[in-house]
Design a protein around this ligand. Structure first.
Ligand code: NDP
Length: 237
């Protein structure tokens, strides 16, 4: 089965639905937005589990519960993420900590919780959702960019550790995708961002979902330690 963190909205929700369409049994997690979780589960039939991915103890407990309820976790999508934007000289230590814990430490927490069973079965797919802003940096996002760039190093190291056990670990680095996170950006800033995207539009969550399905599939079994950049040409390297 496939587990998608932060899967009740945005990119996570689209990824969970795409995986379900491919025949996976799927479960998602969320933090506190009950309304979105309820709507998502009613619409898709995918169960949603509430816990904070920044808390190791909760992750370990809930992963055990999810595996008991839905079956062994073969695919983990580390998607849950937040922004708390501010220029560094105005950023609070609490916001720095929240962003690092939710975007990066969560990857440790979730992988630590699922890896022993994946190693035992000799199969696993871990897909981390990074960001263009972890590749380029962004004003007001020292915390977010550090977390997403950290996720890149985490992906490479864990890919090496998992390779001999049939576990692939890859990252997707989306550009700007139309979700609640991006809808919170001021319209004039968003217009500027759009003007810098060669394809002339924001991405759609479904476009990331399809890449998640690919990286989870047997066709991607020789791909590990990779970053798939999906940004409409905004950042090429
Ligand atoms: P959304 O804000 O639309 O959704 C975030 C999801 O993560 C929600 O389900 C939310 O739960 C969950 N979540 C947040 N914090 C926690 C937590 N501590 N524990 C458990 N769940 C949590 O995000 P997007 O779909 O826009 O982004 C998804 C991922 O993609 C993030 O990692 C983001 O950094 C990355 N990304 C997004 C881009 C974009 O343009 N949108 C661009 C590049 C990367 P709840 O509903 O309860 O709050």
């Amino acid at each position: 089965m496939a587990l998608v963190t932060g899967g009740t909205r945005g990119i996570g929700a689209a990824s969970a639905e795409a995986l379900k369409q491919q025949g996976y049994r799927v479960a998602v997690t969320y933090k506190s937005n009950e309304q979105s979780a309820k709507e998502f589960s009613e619409r898709t039939g995918i169960p949603a589990f509430q816990f904070d991915v920044s808390n190791l103890e909760h992750c370990a407990q809930e992963v055990k519960k999810i595996a008991e309820a839905c079956g062994p976790i073969e695919v983990l999508v580390n998607n849950a993420g937040i922004t708390r934007d501010a220029m560094l000289h105005r950023m609070t230590a609490a916001h720095w900590h929240d962003v690092l814990q939710t975007n990066l430490t969560s990857c440790f927490n979730m992988c630590w919780s699922v890896l022993p069973a994946m190693r035992e079965r000799g199969f696993g797919r871990i897909i981390n959702i990074g960001s263009i802003n972890g590749q380029t940096g962004q004003l007001g996002q020292t915390s977010y960019a550090a977390a997403k760039a950290g996720m890149h190093g985490f992906t490479l190291a864990l890919a090496r550790e998992g390779a001999a056990r049939g576990i692939t670990v890859n990252m997707i680095a989306p550009g700007y995708i139309e979700t609640d996170m991006v809808r919170a950006v001021a319209p004039e800033v968003l217009a500027q961002i759009r003007s810098r995207i060669p394809v002339g539009r924001l991405g759609r969550a479904e476009e990331i979902g399809r890449a998640v399905v690919f990286l989870a599939s047997d066709e991607a079994s020789f791909i590990t330690g990779s970053t798939l950049t999906i940004n409409g040409g905004q950042h090429m390297f």
